[in-house]
Design a protein around this ligand. Structure first.
Ligand code: DIR
Ligand code: MN
Ligand code: MN
Ligand code: MN
Length: 314
């Protein structure tokens, strides 16, 4: 288990300040030490720096498209390099628009992947269906082969091509979906475990069915894109677009434990932690420490306890 960490302090896919502070907050909460303590080799590639494109006027109503495009080009190269170095990639966001570069770079290095998208939101608006103009509500539409013909030309996105099939995507935790997004998901028959299905089936069955579905054709490396707003805002309030009725802490952690034991987890995004959005210090602490726990779960932390293979009793 070797982990390559990339900080992506990027916030221009939405309009609220603060999400760019998350990579350093997650490190300050002890993420690297704790990964090492549970037996992972960790390499920190540091934080990427992004150019602010001047005169980045809205394109078809979508904001900061050029800035988002160039940032994701950088991130894609960085993720590709981490994968070529043989690590499981961890991308610390930043807002969810960075999934464009993250998943693109991941597939550029390893070929087709399965995407598990854990989120209150589907993030599958096209620039033409978006009501907000925020690109963090759009990344899946840029990535899917099946939506290519529905995307207008976008400045600073000519470096990327769609790289994910809608049959290789599973959503977990949805509860705030725009009508156009719902239409798109039905049209493409995307596999969705909304909060209703989580309530109906329980998370154990959701994870079994997720993997059955993804592995029906072939086992591929898994890209987990984890939006912290998937978890209930009573636990993770420090995020830009909280939505009531979310995953419990235990359901959220179970997803990571389950995906770890598949042995196929190849890249993880942890996004939308916004240390400036909590009302109190405790709000921020709880959000950051939950995000850290989710990442630890991705790399073998078990709630029953862990010990290193070379441990012996003193
Ligand atoms: C909304 C909200 N569907 C949008 N999306 C959010 O802006 O397209 N995604 N908050 O995380
Ligand atoms: Mn700031
Ligand atoms: Mn999201
Ligand atoms: Mn979300």
């Amino acid at each position: 288990r070797s982990v390559g960490i990339i900080g992506a302090p990027f916030s221009k896919g939405q309009s609220k300040d603060g999400v760019e502070c998350a990579p350093n907050k997650l490190r300050a909460a002890g993420l690297l030490d704790r990964l090492q303590q549970q037996g992972c080799a960790v390499k920190d590639y540091g934080n990427l720096t992004f150019e602010n494109v001047a005169l980045d006027e809205p394109v078809n109503g979508s904001k900061s498209v050029r800035t988002v495009g160039s940032a994701n080009q950088r991130l894609s190269e960085a993720v590709k390099a981490v994968k070529r170095d043989g690590h499981t990639a961890v991308i610390l966001g930043g807002d969810h628009s960075l999934a464009i570069g993250s998943i693109h770079g991941h597939t550029a290095a390893v070929g087709p992947v399965s995407v598990v998208w854990v989120d209150a939101h589907a993030d599958i608006n096209t620039p033409l269906t978006s009501n907000t103009g925020n690109v963090h509500g759009q990344p899946m539409s840029y990535l899917l082969y099946e939506l290519q013909s529905k995307l207008p030309p976008l400045p600073n996105f000519s470096w990327m091509k769609p790289c994910v099939s809608s049959r290789d995507l599973v959503y977990i935790g949805l509860r705030d979906v725009d009508p156009a997004e719902h239409y798109i998901m039905k049209l493409l028959a995307v596999k969705v475990f909304s909060m209703t299905q989580v309530d109906q089936l329980g998370m154990a069955r959701v994870m079994e069915e997720t993997c059955d579905y993804l592995w029906d054709r072939a086992k591929k490396p898994i890209h987990l894109s984890y939006d912290i707003d998937a978890i209930d805002p009573s636990i993770t309030p420090a995020t830009g677009t909280p939505a009531v009725g979310g995953l419990t802490y235990r359901e959220g952690v179970y997803i990571t434990e389950y995906l770890y034991q598949t042995g196929l987890l190849s890249a993880v995004d942890m996004v939308e932690v916004n240390p400036l959005r909590g009302r109190t210090e405790d709000d921020v602490r709880s959000t950051v420490s939950t995000a850290v726990d989710l990442l630890l779960g991705c790399f073998g932390r078990r709630r029953e306890g862990n010990h290193l293979p070379d441990y012996s009793l003193p």
